[in-house]
Design a binder for this molecule. Structure first.
Ligand code: ADE
Length: 229
């Protein structure tokens, strides 16, 4: 069982993604637990304050250290966490090898930033991983947290019905996935490659591998060069 505790000041942004499809089924099967924690419940005063101006001036509010520290410490009193991940555009860019590694952990906290981000002391004192989902800025870490959680949850054994299907995804083996086709075999004269209709499984596998290499060479040659990925 993998447990995600997601700390956010916008929990409603995260209810949708976990309430449907594969992420919902993973929870229903008892393979994953997702707990959303509203940062406002840990506010430092009765006004529900969780953010404040940045020392030194400048536009934008900063999520304060105290509410976040309180929430994380309460969680840590109940169990040990393998990772406390802060979603931030200046973090390490998420890729498949990272998702593979993180999917093996059991207890994960994901902290979503907002406004100008979190007080640096949160990062210094609590955070173990800082992850970005790409070189662009979102208005908060919630959508990024949903992307990260989705990429991990689908790798957890038993979550996907077809065990092999996560392994044949794009980026596993540093290759993009080959093209796929379904019925009809002929759509307005556009036909499916003959080999896929042949029933010759070894030949089909060979063709898929060749297509994957060709696609990767054409669309993402960097993946073939980048062995460390
Ligand atoms: N928060 C804002 N932008 C982000 C990004 N690109 N990745 C992760 N968290 C973010």
């Amino acid at each position: 069982m993998t447990r995600f505790d997601i700390i956010t000041c916008q929990p409603h942004l995260l209810t949708g993604p976990f309430d449907h499809s594969i992420l919902k089924r993973a929870q229903d099967k008892g393979l994953v637990e997702v707990h959303l924690h509203d940062l406002r419940k840990y506010a430092i005063n009765k006004h529900g304050q969780i953010d404040d101006y940045a020392f030194g001036g400048g536009a934008g509010m900063v999520l304060m250290v105290e509410p976040i520290a309180k929430c994380i410490r309460e969680l840590q009193e109940q169990r040990t966490y393998d990772a406390i991940i802060y979603m931030t555009p200046d973090g390490q860019t998420l890729n498949q090898p990272m998702a593979n590694r993180l999917s093996m952990l059991q207890n994960i906290i994901i902290l979503c930033g907002h406004y100008k981000g979190v007080d640096q002391r949160v990062r210094d004192l609590f955070v173990t991983h800082e992850i970005s989902i790409g070189d662009y800025v979102l208005s908060g870490g919630e959508l990024a947290a949903a992307v990260l959680a989705d990429s991990l949850i689908r790798l957890i054994p038993g979550v996907l019905n077809d065990e092999s299907s996560a392994l044949s995804d794009s980026f596993q083996d540093n290759l993009l996935a080959p093209p796929v086709y379904s019925r009809p075999a002929d759509f307005e004269g556009h036909t499916v490659p003959d080999i896929l209709l042949s029933g010759n499984t070894p030949k089909v596998e060979e063709w898929r591998f060749e297509q994957a290499v060709q696609r990767t060479r054409q669309l993402r040659p960097d993946l073939l060069r980048d062995e460390k990925n």
